[in-house]
Design a protein around this ligand. Structure first.
Ligand code: DQA
Length: 143
């Protein structure tokens, strides 16, 4: 299994950004935890963070040729990017949507995910553990 983890806008600031919603772990420490869990399964895992919508779309397009699955936290693009939604729909490898915070328990605009209908599933609200749970989901659906 070859997995790509994509983090969208502002997630590079994890650790200092709004810890009440996002916790205190940095993105690199979350990635390190994922690396450790992936290694237990003998999986390859890669990471990409971008603050740019078009770059995320380009990375999703490339992923379809190189990876078996994508774990995606699209940040605020989750709520309105039809372009990222269409890219996910186009690539036909499973994409698991993750969020650190419970997007249904915050500002009303966050309760909508335009990408959820085209993702394999969504893991929302478990802090950094959402990312680990996404790996566990891939274990369960791998067949
Ligand atoms: C987020 C939730 C989004 O609403 C927000 O814009 C983010 C982070 C999360 O992981 O909880 O940037 O995707």
């Amino acid at each position: 299994m070859n997995v790509l983890v994509i983090n969208g806008p502002n997630l590079n600031l994890l650790g200092e950004r709004d810890p009440k919603h996002y916790g205190t772990l940095t993105l690199s420490s979350i990635e390190h935890r994922m690396e450790e869990r992936a290694a237990e399964y003998g999986w390859d895992i890669s990471f990409h963070q971008s603050n740019h919508e078009g770059e995320i779309i380009d990375v999703l397009h490339s992923a379809r040729l190189e990876y078996d699955a994508v774990i995606l936290n699209a940040g605020a693009y989750t709520h309105y990017s039809y372009a990222i939604r269409d890219a996910i729909e186009a690539i036909r490898i499973p994409v698991i949507e993750v969020h650190l915070s419970n997007i249904h328990a915050r500002d009303p605009f966050r309760a909508t995910s335009v990408i959820a209908p085209v993702c394999r599933g969504s893991i929302i609200g478990f802090g950094a553990a959402s990312y680990i749970l996404a790996l566990e989901a891939l274990v369960e659906i791998e067949d």
